[in-house]
Design a protein around this ligand. Sequence first.
Ligand code: ADX
Length: 175
Amino acid sequence: MPFSSAMTLWFTGLSGSGKTTLAYALQETLAKSGAHWYVLDGDVCRTGLCKDLGFSAEDRAENIRRCAEVARILNEAGVSVITAFICPYAATRQLARSIVGDDRFFEVHVNTPLEKCEERDPKGLYKLARNGSIKNFTGVSDPYESPAQPAVSIDTSNITVEQAVNVVLATLGLR
Ligand code: ADX
């Protein structure tokens, strides 16, 4: 039985889809009501907790397993979590759900199309993936399995960050 009503919003989507931007904007909005929300971001976790891991399917699964365990611990401490991991495999998302707990876990698919993510290319990684400098890059040379039944599905191509925050809040009944 859960010790608190904290929850985990599990964002998944391609690199450049807007997960991190949306996660921090959502955190800022939700914190205004006094609740504690923490963002667990892939790029951040990979510089510390998961810095020994790469991007093979096995390493991605281990990355997600560790971060889901952190989300669970934070939830049990009463802190809600918003994650921002690509988390490309359905089985790994299921693993995360089972670690966090089905009643606390809400999957949010940031489903911005690949073309748009590649056009944004905020870190220049798609360019490197296309010219072969980076192997196994999600969406280019590695798979992304779209969620079948996410709690929220949002395409950030043609909306503002504020609009995207409002869609997520409204769909999840958090406002
Ligand atoms: S996950 O697949 O294990 O969930 P995670 O979200 O932690 O990935 O990290 C993704 C970030 O790592 C990307 O946003 C990008 O900045 C960087 N990255 C470096 N190499 C790759 C790669 N081969 N595939 C995807 N992302 C990569």
